[in-house]
Design a protein. Sequence first.
Length: 109
Amino acid sequence: MLTEGVPRVSSARVARPFARGNVTKTKRPTPADELRSEYNFDYSTAVRGKYYRRLIREGANVAVLEPNVACAFRSSAAVNEALRSLLRISATTRRLTRPSSGRAANTRP
């Protein structure tokens, strides 16, 4: 197939080399080694486990997901929805697959 002599057209905008003014404002670089004043924290005054008893009393449960499992969910609500669905399915299958009463096992020779 010969494409010589066929004009090619692009829908991309052509950069204007002599545009007047600064198109985007440049931000002043912030020093990377200094924290903002609101992030300065004196760790010598920190208390370990300050809210531990309250969390236990309120019944907070925390489950840490492996990274490959966590990437499958968008949010904690999605994880909760999947777990609830799994609980519903397991309850349904549990009813369907109850162990026998043992009568059939006794009749075998």
